[in-house]
Design a binder for this molecule. Structure first.
Ligand code: FES
Ligand code: FES
Length: 158
């Protein structure tokens, strides 16, 4: 079986699995990292949103063979500061606004939000309505209003 290595939440990991296995299954089934959720498996619902090299992506749609050893994958498990135990400002804002309902979509929502704010800050600007509209993560519980309020709160602290 081929071996695949990459960085996961700050640590180098290696798995033995076929090339065409999607990264979401590698994370969840082989590495036990279950923050990224399985919704559609088709890059539509965005429940699995994580980061690759700081940018949002959907591991349900990426074969593990496409990931390089130097690629840094971050899931919701890697967002808080492991050294201090301090939550990321986006996670704090989520709690402050009591965003989550069933919770299923929320790891993906938070990861999408963090990537959006970082991208805007890298361009030296604040999030626009177009940025918010660009976040396509589906929430079946309809927490969209609280999500936007939390993102605005976190943006001010990031
Ligand atoms: S499970 Fe990945 S986008 Fe739906
Ligand atoms: S909180 Fe239930 S799907 Fe979003």
């Amino acid at each position: 079986m081929p071996q695949h290595s990459f960085q996961l939440n700050g640590k180098q990991v290696t798995v033995d699995t076929e090339d065409n296995v999607r990264l979401l299954w590698v994370l969840r089934d082989l590495l036990g990292v279950t923050g990224p959720k399985y919704g559609c498996g088709l890059n539509v619902c965005k429940a699995c949103t994580s980061h690759i090299n700081g940018k949002a992506f959907n591991p349900c749609s990426v074969p593990v063979s496409d990931i390089k050893a130097t690629d840094e994958i971050t899931t919701i498990e890697g967002l808080a500061d492991e050294q201090t135990g301090t939550l990321h400002p986006m996670q704090e804002a989520w709690l402050d606004h009591d965003v989550a309902q069933c919770g299923y979509c929320q790891p993906g929502q938070i990861m999408a939000a963090v990537a959006k704010v970082k991208a805007a800050k890298a361009e030296g600007r604040e999030l626009t309505d177009a940025d918010f509209d660009d976040i396509r993560n589906i929430c079946r519980c309809g927490t969209y209003f609280r999500i936007r309020e939390a993102i605005k709160t976190a943006e001010a602290k990031m």
